[in-house]
Design a protein around this ligand. Structure first.
Ligand code: MRU
Length: 348
């Protein structure tokens, strides 16, 4: 199967692979309005922390490209408004805010240029954020690979793969690299209720890449671990607090507790833009709550009594005590996380 491309910038249009249609259809959609980019993020046509960040950067450029080129104050006001607006699409992945802030800072740095020039530079910045993501992921994959061995079984949750990023993914990157080396890694993919990113996306991308992937439902993870089928668990993340507490797809907390119980290392694959030193602990991470329909009505069929009360948090927070290492593009961070995450940024 031809390589699918999560995000493309082509002819002044943002082209997104509609992830809500996978695995049944591979459909690309073009976006030319900031409101439609907002909807694409909220409806999860594009999802996964790094992909959301890259999309938001292009979205902000789309949002300001039609602004008048006479009045700088009006331009900067519009930039701030559009940035704030895009920031309301999904609250948990810090990459969204990181990318928007980077774009805004770029514009401020260039405030003495003409508005036309600032617009051009903002598009260049979005393209740079996009390109950097690919390089970051490859390095995360290389670092994760040093923790794995040929023949291992590895469990993963949700989708932190090529579809969640621009290429390779974060948590799934080592599986692609292991394949290039001819290693046999057996991946167990949690289905990941309620949106099924593990089944529809992780299984889809690994299966088509020829990686040995076995799909399980979320409630099978304990069984798989108890049977000694996996020697590591690797997941992605949406935001890491300064003390190492990590928000990722709902269900990751359960995986972490199981891994601890069975003495299986849990590795968090983390691009540095996902590390949020401004949030001291996991308690400060905003957790997105999504529509009840995601758990009461699947594939257009009611699967729960109409009107029943629901609780549908999209993410949970894994306490740092349950994490063996945080694997970034700059290196592997071991506990104490608070101290060592700070050092990672001091290296710059
Ligand atoms: C490299 S993607 C990391 C995370 O964003 C991923 O693990 C995840 O939780 C995605 O959640 P989603 O709700 O599908 O956007």
């Amino acid at each position: 199967m031809e390589e699918v491309k999560t995000i493309q910038w082509n002819n002044e249009k943002l082209i997104l692979l509609d992830q809500t249609k996978i695995p049944n259809e591979v459909v690309y959609e073009a976006f030319e309005k900031v409101e439609d980019v907002w909807d694409a993020i909220q409806d999860m046509k594009v999802r996964g922390a790094p992909a959301i960040g890259v999309t938001a950067a292009y979205g902000l450029y789309i949002g300001i490209r039609e602004e008048g080129e006479e009045d700088k104050n009006a331009f900067f006001k519009a930039l701030e408004e559009k940035s704030r607006y895009l920031g309301t699409s999904r609250p948990t992945a810090v990459n969204l805010f990181w990318a928007l802030e980077r774009m805004e800072n770029k514009a401020k740095e260039l405030k003495d240029l003409t508005i036309k020039e600032i617009k051009e530079k903002l598009l260049e910045e979005a393209i740079l954020i996009h390109k950097e993501d690919e390089e970051i992921n490859r390095r995360i994959g290389e670092n994760l690979l040093t923790l794995l061995k040929d023949g291992m079984g590895v469990l993963t949750h949700c989708n932190a793969g090529a579809l969640a990023t621009t290429k390779y993914g974060t948590a799934l990157a080592p599986f692609y690299l292991a394949k290039e080396k001819g290693w046999d890694i057996k991946v167990y993919a949690d289905e990941t209720r309620p949106r099924l990113q593990g089944a529809s996306l992780t299984a889809f991308e690994l299966y088509h890449a020829g990686v040995d992937v076995t799909l399980i439902t979320d409630n099978m993870a304990a069984m798989v671990m108890s049977q000694g089928k996996v020697q590591a668990a690797i997941v992605g993340c949406d935001r890491i607090a300064a003390n190492g507490d990590t928000a990722n797809k709902i269900g990751t907390l359960g995986v972490s507790i199981l891994a601890k119980h069975y003495n299986i290392p849990l590795y968090i694959a983390a691009p540095t833009p996902t590390i949020d030193l401004r949030t001291p602990t996991g308690e400060g991470i905003p957790i997105e709550e999504r529509d009840a329909e995601e758990i009461t009505c699947r594939f257009g069929v009611l699967t729960a009594p109409k009107g029943v009360k629901t609780y549908n948090p999209g993410f949970d927070v894994t306490p740092h005590e349950n994490i063996t290492a945080i694997v970034t593009e700059k290196g592997i961070v071991y506990p104490p996380f608070e101290e060592n995450l700070k050092k990672l940024f001091e290296q710059e």
